[in-house]
Design a protein around this ligand. Structure first.
Ligand code: BJW
Length: 253
């Protein structure tokens, strides 16, 4: 692992020369927008048990409790705005030859910032799904008019997110793996790197000789596997990194 330090010219050059760039994000990228993360001192899992709220069993047992929690999160996110890190990733997408953003976040803040090539690998809080019919609806209502919300077929709708023990959508996994198998640079931003299968995604590119870079406030289980780690807030680190990449590309043109 390379140590934290100022953003080196060598790092900027590798990112600028990438032919296929992937950014993987987690809850940390939205922290500076005021959206709580899951783990850590002020994380959601300090206050709530994942087993009570983010599993199919929890929803089956108490859909009202699960929906109260999701409704509160929707309200928090609706009041939030994308931050400098989300915007830097939009700029990176514009600069890159080929680009994919794989986000574990369900908050929609990347789209609000302007990201276009994006896989929401854990789903979205802004879509509801009928467990009986499989239909998926966009729903931006804040607050929800009905808790729990119902489908016209009578079933209780669920958030269209991926809970623990559930499989990730096959088409999302396919798109992610297709990009990872040809990527020469993966940037991992604001994730604790403990939730599978996403935690193992950077290793796919690394095994093929790609550059793997982590941006995080803390050291994570992924840090020792990285070529380079930038420690600090994504909102402070990403804008200068992307600006340097823009300059490096400009100077070669
Ligand atoms: C900053 C910052 C700033 C803060 N700037 N940085 C193989 C081995 C072991 C277990 C498994 C395995 N395969 C599957 C499992 C089981 C399970 C799993 O991984 N469990 C582990 C916890 C042990 N995985 C699953 O069940 C997945 N399904 C699956 O694999 O299906 C097949 C299968 C099933 C069962 C067995 C085997 C195979 C599904 C996972 C679904 C995760 N769902 C959630 C909820 C989504 C909906 C919702 O939001 O309500 O997804 S849980 C939660 O964790 C959420 C997140 O997307 C995910 C990851 O969290 P993330 O984003 O990393 O956030 P944090 O809070 O953990 O970290 C924030 C980071 O930011 C920290 O590092 C901070 O330092 C940093 N930070 N501020 C930069 N300003």
């Amino acid at each position: 692992m390379r140590k934290t330090g100022p953003i080196s010219d060598q790092l900027v050059d590798r990112v600028a020369r990438s032919k296929s760039l992937i950014v993987i994000t987690g809850a940390g990228i939205s922290a500076e927008s005021g959206v709580p993360t899951f783990r850590g001192e002020s994380g959601l899992w300090k206050q709530y048990r994942a087993e009570d709220l983010a599993t199919p069993q929890a929803f089956h047992k108490n859909p009202n409790l699960v929906w109260d929690w999701y409704s509160w999160r929707r309200e928090t996110i609706a009041r939030s705005e994308s931050n400098a890190a989300h915007l830097a990733i939009v700029e990176l997408e514009e600069l890159a030859s080929a680009f994919l953003l794989i986000t574990q976040n369900v908050d929609g803040l990347h789209q609000r910032a302007g990201s276009r090539s994006i896989v929401e690998i854990h789903g979205s809080l802004w879509r509801l799904r009928c467990p009986a019919e499989g239909k998926v609806f966009e729903n931006l209502e804040v607050p929800l008019s009905e808790i729990p919300p119902h489908c016209s077929c009578g079933a209780i709708l669920r958030p269209d997110v991926v809970w623990f023990g559930e499989s990730l959508a096959a088409e999302n996994l396919k798109e992610a793996y297709r990009a990872l198998e040809k990527s020469d640079c993966v940037m991992v931003v604001g994730t604790s790197g403990v939730v599978q299968p996403v935690a193992s995604f950077p290793l796919i590119a690394k095994k093929r000789g790609g550059l793997v870079l982590e941006v995080n406030r803390e050291v994570t289980p992924l840090s020792p596997l990285m070529d380079e780690c930038l420690h600090g807030n994504a909102g402070d680190l990403l804008p200068p990194l992307v600006e340097a990449v823009r300059e490096a590309i400009g100077s070669r043109a």
